[in-house]
Design a protein around this ligand. Structure first.
Ligand SMILES: Cc1ncc(COP(=O)(O)O)c(C=O)c1O
Length: 401
């Protein structure tokens, strides 16, 4: 593999295309290959260098596929470059990335604070799995200094939140959370899945560690389940050599390859996702059968000012609330002819789902209410199709209910 170029000062789009890509010395192959191997052969020299200690970037000594693989390292360099971070670590799912990040900061007997409204799987992980392992969580409906002060304990190690909450599309006052955390010597982890590196670079705002469900915008094509932890070299390398190596959430090289390809068009895709979301939200806003439209891009949305302050655009996710319950929402969705009724988001195809019965089904109703999830809320992940077709699909379906 060739040496990296100097990426200082290059634009996001250039990094998306070039970062992490090393044309092959021998063949000149431009695209980083899929290294389909589970193990790596030691020569005497490589063995000596490996035993000598922590490898430098330029001379990673590969040993075994559960630890890392050259396709994976290329992808990690691309993600780190886009996030303005020193390093990243890709995982077999977004949930694995969240697990790794939290376990990087908390052990049994520790406590952390999380935003109340988070992805349903994250809530379950925090409220059940981590609790069973002796890591306690306090959920806060609003992460402001006053609430954080009240929730803080001597053993609090972490504050966790999402840049744009799934599914209510709330945006926290990120500066306040970071400021409070630094004052109190507590680390911050943010799930930046809905923003992707295109809209927001968490580390530039003083957040310690970001995670992504790369299943969504980062890969963008709906054919990979993956995650990433993004942060300092020390944190990511520490995780890799300990929790990652011993728990085994590695990402297969084929998936790394697909994500390398997907990331090359992140900027182009995100631009269209955002444009489509804005036009769709405006079209739905005044529809008589729709009670509310949630989209941070709308000027009267309660999160509009925060979105403008922190993000480069408003994202591709829109919430629409219909007058009625889950059944009514389902009735509408089954009348759609073009958009798919499916969980996940950030794909090229427009995907529609009902949080109360799907992504947040396992969250007790009482907690769903605290999260602000109405039964009639429909989450729409705008794809990159012609938005007029999507709007028409919804208008036709709305006429039928
Ligand atoms: C905001 C958010 N974070 C994390 C996850 C979990 O990611 P994965 O499904 O890749 O494990 C999801 C999944 O939908 C999500 O929406």
């Amino acid at each position: 593999m060739g040496k990296d170029k100097d990426f200082q000062g290059l634009g996001f789009e250039t990094l998306a295309v070039h970062a992490g890509q090393h044309p092959d010395h021998e063949t000149g192959a431009l695209v980083s290959p899929i290294y389909k191997t589970s193990t790596f052969v030691f020569t005497e020299d490589r063995m000596e260098r490996w035993l000598a200690g922590a490898p430098l970037d330029d001379e990673i000594i590969y040993t075994y596929g559960r630890s890392r693989n050259p396709t994976q390292v290329s992808l990690q360099q691309k993600i780190a470059a886009l996030e303005h971070a020193e390093a990243s670590l890709v995982t077999s799912s977004g949930m694995a990335a969240i697990t790794m990040a939290v376990l990087g900061y908390c052990k049994s007997g520790d406590h952390f604070i999380s935003a109340q409204t988070v992805y349903g799987g994250t809530f379950n992980l925090f409220d059940h799995v981590l609790k069973d392992l002796g890591i306690e969580v306090t959920f806060l409906e609003e992460l402001n200094k006053e609430n954080l002060d009240k929730a803080k304990r001597d053993n609090t190690k972490l504050v966790y939140f999402e840049t744009i909450s799934n599914p209510t599309l709330d945006i926290p006052e990120i500066e306040e959370i970071v400021e409070w955390s630094k004052e109190n010597g507590i680390n911050t982890v943010v799930d930046s899945t809905f923003t992707s590196p295109y809209l927001f670079r968490p580390l530039d705002w003083g957040i310690d560690t970001a995670i992504h469900s790369c299943t969504k915008y980062i890969n963008g094509h709906g054919d990979v389940v993956a995650g990433a932890v993004v942060g300092t070299k020390e944190f990511c390398e520490g995780l890799r050599s300990k929790q990652y190596m011993d728990m085994g959430p590695v990402l297969a090289p084929d998936s790394c390859y697909l994500m390398m390809r997907g990331l090359k068009t992140l900027h182009l895709r995100m631009e269209r996702h955002c444009e489509n979301a804005m036009e769709f939200a405006r079209a739905m806003k005044d529809h008589p059968k729709i009670k509310a439209v949630i989209y941070p891009g709308l000027e009267d949305d309660k999160n509009h000012e925060r979105a403008k302050k922190y993000f480069d655009d408003f994202g591709g996710m829109v919430g629409i609330v219909i007058d009625g319950d889950q059944k009514k929402a389902q009735e509408l969705i089954f009348k759609l002819k073009l958009c798919y009724f499916a969980v996940s988001l950030g794909d090229l195809d427009t995907l529609v789902q009902i949080p109360a019965t799907m992504t947040h089904r396992k969250v007790p109703k009482e907690d769903r209410e605290k999260m602000g999830i109405e039964d009639g809320l429909i989450r729409v992940s705008l794809g990159v199709e012609n938005v007029k077709d999507i709007i028409k699909d919804f208008e036709s379906a709305l006429e039928l209910i």
